[in-house]
Write a protein that binds this ligand. Structure first.
Ligand code: BGC
Ligand code: BGC
Length: 451
């Protein structure tokens, strides 16, 4: 099948996040984030890796923007480090200046800047005061959004106050395998409400600062029942509610998906939902793989026991019959089409235009030889997902762009540097960048030359 055609104004992009690439964690007035703290705790991150240096993007951003320019992307999604810009409620001019330079560099290269405000690096001082479990943080977040919006709003084309509030809640506060490492189980629910409220307040602050193109980057995926049995179907439904609709319904419908969840939330929930559902210009979906979920059985205690709190009515199961990445994630391109379709089914006319704000795969690529890194599997991943996306669009979905995760290899959170998601290889010892075959392939896609 020939490679599908995308509309001429479709935005081709790549994405990254501050803590995963910048390094320079103690420079120019940046304060610690929860990830600096988490990485310093023995046993938290594979191999004791940290983001202290990462890809040194803070110093090498010009070279990195040069690579993006040669790639031909129309947009670059990066995140702004909150502890760099507002370490303790006061603006750190040097921190904000860095993003001003980065945005100018992107504009000069003809690349639309797309900024995430919170990609998991909560300032440690705010975490010490209770972090996303407290209502207080939402006001701090809105103040920070206003500062950034006023400074960069004339040039940033797309805004995403939050990245993946589900992952922050589940991994950061419920299960503890991400910073801040709390194991609260369902007691983590206030982190949902406060992130959503922070999102709504930030949307309003950005609008007040004159920004346009405001959305979110939220991870979603179809939840498949492990069998047709009633218990498995019911288990999959509960899981779907918790990982997808708990996060999307408040934003797109102004209510929680089920009453039990609404009553579990702190604060004046109805009034907050009016803020949370402030209209967006787009909704950004991060997609990696579907979830296969069944009713829990006694075996699940052993299978998932390390990660999931006991007593849950559902249990994720391994997806079989599909290739997997070197990270062990199932490669299911049609899951992207299904995700887009489930949003259209659920929200109908209330759904704003969509962006795929992340999709990507980790393969343990070989070191470069003669300036080449062959990564046919990564090409196949993006090829398959773009074909599935084109199908969703042919079925009527309004999708405006696709951001490959990630521009370069980077710090993959609790997995450290082993997982490589980049279109550009990074040798962490020398910081040498080498475009992989997938980079050259994506350049052809963008130029309309892919076959
Ligand atoms: C899951 C993916 C999900 C990702 C979000 C992974 O553990 O398997 O489906 O999108 O986390 O970071
Ligand atoms: C996150 C990225 C992460 C990627 C791969 C997304 O969950 O937004 O920060 O590196 O998935 O796990």
């Amino acid at each position: 099948m020939p490679f599908p055609e995308f509309p001429p104004d479709f935005r081709w992009g790549v994405a990254s996040a501050a803590y995963q690439v910048e390094g320079a964690v103690a420079e120019d007035g940046r304060a610690p984030s929860v990830w600096d703290t988490f990485c310093a705790e023995p046993g938290r991150v594979r191999g004791g890796d940290t983001g202290a240096v990462a890809t040194d993007h803070y110093h090498r951003y010009r070279e990195d923007v040069g690579l993006l320019r040669d790639l031909g992307v129309g947009a670059y999604r990066f995140s702004i480090s909150w502890p760099r810009v507002m370490p303790d409620g006061v603006v750190n001019a040097k921190g904000l200046d860095f993003y001003d330079r980065l945005v100018d560099e992107l504009c000069a290269a003809g690349i639309a800047p797309a900024a995430t405000l919170f990609h998991w690096d909560t300032p440690q001082a705010l975490e010490d005061a209770g972090g996303w479990l407290t209502r207080d943080i939402t006001g701090h977040f809105a103040d920070y959004a206003a500062v950034v919006g006023e400074r960069l709003g004339d040039r940033v084309r797309l805004w995403m106050p939050l990245n993946e509030p589900m992952v922050v809640t589940m991994f950061g506060y419920a299960l503890g395998n991400h910073a801040p490492g709390k194991t609260l189980g369902f007691e983590a629910l206030p982190a949902v409400h406060h992130q959503l409220l922070g999102h709504g307040l930030a949307v309003q602050a950005l609008r007040a600062a004159g920004c346009t193109g405001i959305g979110i980057a939220s991870n979603h995926a179809p939840v498949w029942p492990a069998s047709e049995s009633e218990v498995d179907t019911e288990a999959a439904r509960s899981y779907d509610t918790l990982v997808n609709w708990l996060f999307a319904d408040p934003i797109l419908r102004g209510r929680y998906p089920v009453e039990e969840l609404a009553v579990a939330m702190p604060g004046p929930v109805v009034a907050d939902l009016a803020v949370i559902s402030t209209p967006l210009d787009f909704y950004g979906i991060n997609y990696y793989q579907p979830a296969l979920v069944g009713a829990s059985t006694s075996d699940d205690a052993e299978v998932a026991g390390a990660l999931l709190p006991p007593g849950l009515p559902f249990a994720p199961r391994p997806i079989t019959g599909y290739p997997t990445t070197d990270f062990g994630w199932a490669v299911v391109p049609d899951g992207l089409r299904q995700t887009v379709q489930m949003f259209r089914d659920r929200y109908g006319d209330a759904l704003p235009p969509l962006y795929i704000t992340e999709s990507g795969c980790s393969y343990h690529d070989p070191d470069p030889v003669d300036g080449r890194v062959p990564d046919a599997d990564r090409i196949a991943y993006h090829d398959g997902h773009l074909r599935a996306l084109a199908q969703a669009m042919a079925e009527g979905a309004d999708v405006r762009g696709y951001f490959a995760w990630s521009a370069t290899d980077n710090f993959e959170w609790a997995e450290g540097y082993r997982e490589r998601f980049g279109l550009v290889h990074v040798d962490y010892a020398s910081q040498v960048r080498t475009p992989k075959d997938s980079y050259h392939w994506y350049r052809d896609v963008i130029a309309g030359r892919a076959v």
